[in-house]
Design a protein around this ligand. Structure first.
Ligand code: GLA
Length: 386
């Protein structure tokens, strides 16, 4: 971590002279449970982690220069007032935020940026939210824009909608902004009320297993799930006028509409309604100190993502079901948007090394892919390092 920070600082000073730079660290996130519930006004249980985007940012005169050290790529922008989505993906996470701030009538002058990170890309750990939040936080400090953290998270989310094209919920940006060391965030996405909950894992630990798949379905399928949920809401609202989101719906109400609802839409709605209940159950069981029973909810959640929401893929299903069959594993499920990325596993600490060995051998044999393993620590949200 110190090495990346040093690398970013050194590059910034070499490239842009001795000009003063602010240094921002913006974390990725995990999510214990509550997947795809955020844009349905539901409940989630994420936490920020000790993997971040590190960004040096300072003022500039005639042009804005942005350097992605990890991709060895650079972007120069002369006119910030008329930004459009870029044909490459990565600049959009930054330009989108600038554009939202300008639309919000904020004064933003040219700036220089250098960034690098250790949030794995495409692993479902929200490297994109980390990048959006890093630039949002950095610009807020640099130009004294006076946004609070939650407003910055909302701006980052809008950038993702308008420049990146994913109609994501608020979970990732909120978590990366608001994270708190050793605590998960029980966030109600209906009104953004939240509570920090200490995660006492007792003799268990969290391990992420990266499927190392690069699936490209994510954006289109993600947006499709969102539309299917909206279609469900429309139909249910015909019968129950007070319904504005799936948060207002229970299974009995959904069942009352079964004859007029498309079967696929039915499954999507059922998943969301039950996933909200699983978040509550998981929290209750953790509070009661029953980590193993809480973990079991993760297995159930995985099957629901596989069969009802249909956002998994064979490799990820293999990782989750293999974990379920192993000694010492009390919970496992896919984490994040879907179609690849990581599984999150709750493992008795003494079995950790056996688990890694078994999974890497088995996965390599079956799919000829080397999985990644990340032991993550729950950390604070975005901060200024210098
Ligand atoms: C992505 C989105 C989030 C959320 C998750 C699924 O990470 O950015 O808003 O919907 O998928 O829970």
């Amino acid at each position: 971590m110190i090495e990346i920070i040093q690398k970013v600082k050194t590059y910034f000073h070499k490239q842009f002279g001795e000009a003063h730079a602010l240094l921002v660290a913006a974390p990725g996130r995990i999510n214990m449970i509550g997947e795809h519930t955020d844009y349905n006004m539901g409940l989630v249980l994420p936490a920020a982690i000790d993997r971040c985007i590190y960004m040096a940012i300072g003022p500039a005169k005639h042009a804005t220069r942005i350097v992605s050290m990890d991709l060895a790529d650079e972007l120069v922008v002369y006119d910030l007032e008329h930004l459009k989505p870029h044909q490459k993906a990565w600049p959009n996470y930054l330009l989108g935020v600038v554009d939202e701030m300008l639309k919000d009538k904020k004064m933003i002058n040219h700036f220089n940026v250098v960034f690098a990170g250790n949030v794995p890309l495409g692993a479902g750990m929200s490297s994109s939210a980390a990048l959006e939040n890093a630039i949002a936080f950095g610009l807020n400090e640099l130009f004294e824009l006076e946004y609070d953290r939650i407003s910055l998270a909302k701006l980052s989310q809008k950038a993702e909608h308008n420049f990146v094209g994913t109609k994501c919920g608020i979970m990732d940006q909120f978590t990366s902004m608001m994270g708190s060391a050793q605590q998960v965030i029980k966030l109600d996405c209906r009104d953004l009320s939240y509570e920090y909950v200490r995660l006492d894992l007792k003799g268990y630990c969290l391990l992420l297993v990266d499927s190392n798949l690069s699936h490209h379905l994510t954006t289109s399928e993600y947006n499709l799930r969102r539309r299917q949920c909206e279609m469900g809401v429309q139909i249910i609202a015909n019968k129950f006028a007070h319904v504005t989101s799936l948060r207002d719906v229970d299974i009995a109400m959904l069942d009352a509409c079964v004859s007029v609802i498309d079967p696929v839409v039915y499954k999507r709605c059922q998943y969301i309604i039950e996933e909200n209940l699983r978040v509550v159950q998981f929290c209750d069981l953790m509070e009661a100190g029953d980590v193993a029973a809480a973990g079991n909810i993760l297995f159930i959640a995985h099957r629901a993502m596989r069969d009802q929401y249909e956002i998994t893929c064979p490799e990820i299903d293999w990782l989750a079901s293999m974990a379920e069959s192993l000694m010492g594993v009390v919970g496992a499920r896919m984490m994040g948007g879907g179609f690849g990325g990581c599984t999150i596993n709750l493992i008795e600490t003494t079995y950790l090394e056996d688990f890694k060995e078994f999974i890497s051998n088995g996965y390599r044999q079956k799919y000829a892919i080397e999985p990644g393993f990340y032991e993550v620590n729950i950390s604070n949200g975005v901060c200024l390092l210098e």
